[in-house]
Design a protein around this ligand. Structure first.
Ligand code: NAD
Length: 373
């Protein structure tokens, strides 16, 4: 069984899909591992470190030649896979709703595309979940980036020259990224509040020492949909939420937005009118900027200043922490394949639940229900 790791080619991508640690573990399962030369350089992993872990270092063509499985961060272009075994598996982020043409190309080429972002949110798949591992880092980095752009300090400081007030930080969307954003802003000394549409998050916000800000007294306020994901909210709820946000946001120095709804554009949480009520010098970090943005006027990879407020958003926030993001992504890949390892066959055999959830293409066809519906 040959596993291939290519250098990522997408613009701004800094991560790599295997680490020396996972290369060694795959070798222990009996696999040969090939890594394209220079694949880990930006993530601070040298070719020598991979070689020491038992991997072969080669150019792109030799890396994929006769591969049974190709692991990626973002799905490689089909042309790069020429020479891989017919029906080879490719496990990576496919962004399947936005990049349907890539999925179709994989089907036409006969590869089996496994979409890591479709990993179901079930307990046994937690260790395989790249959205969680990467969102956690993104939530942390968003707060650091906001703190860096903020012209003031986060913690309260009592000095001989006078007192510096603690920054007020508001986290909108309390999933994996939001929880880490709360924890990070608290560690830096900010006064933190947070909101979500899922009422289960109230307790989580409190347990991290932050203040929950929630819409009450509106029918149908439970925003929890299938698989722990949020659903789109009713117009009544959206109106009540907008009013609540308006009154709260004017007093905030830092706002981090993380709200996503799978398969849809990110919900708009902050309007230009609301930004105008904030104090000059405040900072908003829009973690959903690549999915259409939670914040009116946010632009991927740019700092936009509106009404004296800086609005920031990276199109790929985990890529700002290449070493840790790669190490965790690589472990997700290993945990996934090793969990399904069939010793007798010397290869992974997926079960029905996870296989059906993440498999996009097979036998020359697009097979995933979420894409066919
Ligand atoms: P996500 O990235 O899909 O969304 C981020 C947050 O935004 C969510 O908490 C969502 O409720 C919130 N949101 C959506 N619309 C909103 C709106 N209009 N206003 C305010 N907030 C809004 O979510 P996520 O980070 O992937 O996690 C969601 C839940 O799933 C969490 O409870 C998490 O612990 C759970 N989870 C479980 C597993 C697993 O068991 N394998 C894996 C990942 C996540």
């Amino acid at each position: 069984m040959k596993i291939a790791i290519l250098k990522e080619r997408a613009s701004g991508e800094t991560r790599v899909a295997a680490s020396p640690e996972t290369a060694k573990k795959f070798a222990a399962l009996g696999c040969s591992v090939a890594v394209e030369a220079g694949a880990g350089v930006i993530a601070s992993i040298t070719d020598a470190a991979y070689a020491e872990a038992g991997a072969t270092i080669a150019d792109a063509a030799a890396t994929v030649k006769d591969a049974d499985i190709v692991l990626g961060i973002q799905a490689p272009e089909v042309a790069l896979l020429a020479g891989a075994k017919p029906g080879a598996w490719v496990a990576a982020l496919f962004d399947p709703f936005a990049k349907r043409e890539v999925v179709d190309a994989y089907a036409a080429a006969g590869y089996e595309a496994l979409s890591m972002e479709f990993m179901p949110r079930i307990t046994r798949a937690q260790s395989m979940d790249v959205l969680s591992s990467q969102s956690n880092l993104a939530g942390y980095k968003a707060v650091l980036a906001a703190a860096d752009a903020y012209g003031r300090a986060f913690p309260m400081m009592m000095t001989a020259a006078g007192t510096v007030q603690a920054a007020r930080a508001f986290i909108m969307g309390v999933g994996v990224a939001g929880l880490q954003a709360i924890a990070t802003a608290r560690r830096l000394g900010a006064q933190v509040s947070a909101t979500d549409v899922r009422s289960a998050t109230k307790e989580q916000i409190q347990s991290l020492g932050a203040k929950p800000i929630f819409v009450e007294n509106v029918a149908g306020i439970e925003g929890e949909g299938s698989g722990g994901y949020a659903t789109e909210m009713s117009p009544e709820y959206q109106k009540a939420q907008a009013e609540l946000v308006s009154s709260h946001i004017a007093k905030q120095d830092i706002v981090i937005t993380t709200a996503l709804i799978p398969g849809r554009a990110a919900p708009r949480l902050i309007t230009d009118e609301q930004i105008a009520t904030m104090k000059p010098g405040s900072v908003i970090f829009d973690l959903a900027v690549a999915q259409g943005g939670n914040v009116e006027g946010s632009v991927p990879d740019e700092v936009v200043v509106k009404h004296g407020v800086k609005i920031i958003g990276y199109s790929n926030t985990p890529a700002q922490l290449p070493a840790d993001a790669s190490a965790l992504f690589a472990r997700n890949h290993y945990n996934f394949l090793s969990a399904f390892w069939d010793k007798e066959q010397g290869k992974p055999v997926l079960d029905e639940e996870i296989g059906t959830a993440i498999r996009l293409t097979r036998g020359g066809k697009v097979v995933n229900e979420r894409l066919l519906g």
